[in-house]
Design a protein around this ligand. Structure first.
Ligand SMILES: NC(=O)c1ccc[n+]([C@@H]2O[C@H](COP(=O)([O-])OP(=O)(O)OC[C@H]3O[C@@H](n4cnc5c(N)ncnc54)[C@H](O)[C@@H]3O)[C@@H](O)[C@H]2O)c1
Ligand SMILES: N[C@@H](CC=O)C(=O)O
Length: 497
């Protein structure tokens, strides 16, 4: 294994940088000698290497998680809470190093990376507490001399497969819920951003999370996912990523009838009502579009503006967009880092070309100014229509497409014209319009007059082909619990009410 000087030198605690998988409390190399370089998307340099585990090593992780489950589930909820809170404290204490690792492997600006560490840690604290509230219920009995009720029990091993755009928070939102419920987990992070996951493992170990409870496996994604989906002892699969891969994993999980949670792609409409101040709405739209360089499932993908304020909105949007700085996320004052890799840049360029060839107007977006091969300068297109890729696909890039609409009914139809249903934004101060849109939009999450909508207390998730289940909130832990109903018969006259 080659050691990355860049990463090691950048960390206060170099032991957070691990180039091994983490199975059963041990740092593990790949038995077959296969490995993959992890690239800094800003510079194209290799940050380090990760091993690819072989099939029997993946099954060894399942063995470890299975053995650990017996002891972990037997702990009291408050004992698991203490360990998770210790993990939370360590995430906070190591925030700067975790953010540096994230910026280097993912590319997002350092302040955003710090924000994600905070965000990711907040799920650990939330679920540490929620684990103490997995209440069952007492059911008034309809059976003579019997007491009826339910108990919530951990489902067992949970496989967690996560994407590269939020390398830490997408793991903790799942893992903390599962572990608080009493499950053990096997995390398969994206190969582009494994070092955040491995740093989480190092801190979990330091927090006293027992061996086998939190495992990180690495390898060929289709191979590893297939093995985990086919494995009967893995009872739950929680996946965050593209709708394409989500469909595949749902299919692969059918043979073992797993509990499946899917957090998939989005194609968020950002609706601006005629009563809005164009500047206020345009600034909000820029914030909702360009976070993580547009590589966010919540990114405003289609900006739908009432025709009466369209031109002023476009002007304000363009002005605000022009002020965004693109560069290496380690530098100060950078708003947008690189895209994750060259293919993402090529996809973005193809989406822009497709829109222009179908009649959209390119208002701004000179790619000649890009500071490197993986960077994509923000693009503004107007006259976007449903025939264009920029409308139909989640562009996952800093490409903003604006369309004018005439009335509420038309904008509802436009907004719902997609297979996706994750999040929608509505900007208007008209309470009747707010209520009408809120009810008519086919989305799992609707944010009115606010760019920020996420956080531990809310049920995060989509409808249609944006996913199944909810993460976070008071129901997020239910994805990892099963309900056992009991009927205690023959109790005599004590029962009956
Ligand atoms: N709804 C949400 O909460 C949410 C959050 C973040 C990202 N996302 C979505 O994630 C997508 C971007 O992330 P991505 O590019 O990493 O997604 P992706 O689907 O390509 O990859 C996600 C994970 O699946 C693995 N994977 C890739 N191909 C696979 C295959 N053929 N078989 C099995 N596993 C495979 C990857 O290694 C990674 O760990 C976007 O669509 C985005 O909207 C959704
Ligand atoms: N921003 C989202 C992640 C989507 O890519 C979140 O908060 O979960």
């Amino acid at each position: 294994m080659k050691l990355s000087k860049t990463l090691l030198n950048a960390l206060e605690d170099p032991r957070l940088f691990r180039q091994y998988a983490y199975v059963d409390g041990k740092w593990t190399h790949g038995d077959g000698g296969r490995e993959e370089a992890v690239i800094d998307p800003a510079t194209g340099e290799a940050l380090g290497h990760i091993p690819w585990l072989e099939a029997d090593q993946i099954l060894a992780a399942v063995d470890a998680a299975d053995a650990a489950f017996v002891h972990w589930r037997a702990l009291r909820a408050d004992e698991r809470c203490e360990r998770l809170l210790a993990w939370y404290d360590l995430l906070q204490a190591n925030r700067e190093d975790l953010a540096t690792i994230m910026t280097l492997e993912q590319g997002k600006p350092l302040p955003d990376a710090r924000g994600e560490v905070e965000y990711g840690a907040s799920f650990v604290r939330w679920f540490a507490e929620e684990g103490k509230r997995t209440f069952g219920e007492t059911i008034p009995s309809h059976i003579p001399n019997a007491a009826l009720g339910t108990i919530k029990e951990p489902v067992g091993i949970a496989a967690l497969i996560t994407p590269w755009n939020f390398p830490l928070a997408m793991i903790t939102r799942k893992a903390a819920a599962a572990m608080a419920a009493g499950c053990t987990v096997i995390v398969k992070p994206a190969n582009e951003t494994p070092f955040s996951a491995l740093a989480l493992a190092e801190l979990a170990e330091r927090a006293g999370i027992p061996a086998g409870v939190f495992n990180v496996v690495l390898g060929d994604p289709p191979e590893v996912s297939k093995l985990l989906c086919a494995e009967e002892r893995v009872k739950a699969l929680s996946f965050t990523g593209s709708t394409r891969v989500g469909r595949l994993l749902l299919e692969q999980s059918a043979s073992t009838v797993k509990r499946v949670s899917l957090e998939l792609g989005g194609n968020a409409p950002f609706i601006v009502g005629p009563d809005m101040d164009p500047k206020e709405a345009a600034y909000a739209a820029v914030a909702a579009k360009f976070q993580t360089a547009g590589q966010d499932c919540l990114a405003a993908n289609r900006i739908l503006v009432h025709e009466s304020i369209h031109d002023q909105f476009v002007e304000q949007f363009a002005e605000r967009m022009a002020a965004l700085t693109v560069g290496n996320g380690l530098e100060s004052e950078v708003d947008l880092g690189p895209l994750i890799h060259r293919q993402a840049v090529e996809k973005a360029a193809a989406i822009v070309d497709d829109a222009i060839s179908r009649g959209a107007t390119l208002v701004a977006g000179d790619q000649g100014a890009a500071p490197g091969p993986n960077f994509f300068m923000p693009v503004l297109l107007t006259g976007v229509t449903p025939k264009m890729k920029v409308w139909r696909e989640e562009n996952f890039a800093p490409v903003a497409g604006i369309t004018a609409y005439a009335d509420d009914d038309q904008v509802i139809e436009m907004a719902n014209d997609t297979e996706y249903g994750l999040a929608a934004y509505v900007y208007t101060h008209d309470i009747r319009r707010i209520w009408k849109l809120l009810r008519a939009l086919e989305y799992g999450m609707v944010s009115v007059n606010s760019v920020k909508m996420t956080g531990p207390p809310v049920p995060f998730g989509g409808v249609k082909q944006s996913g199944l289940g909810r993460e976070g909130g008071i129901t997020g832990i239910d994805e990892y619990l099963s309900t056992k109903y009991y009927c205690l018969g023959g109790l005599g006259s004590v029962s009956g009410s």
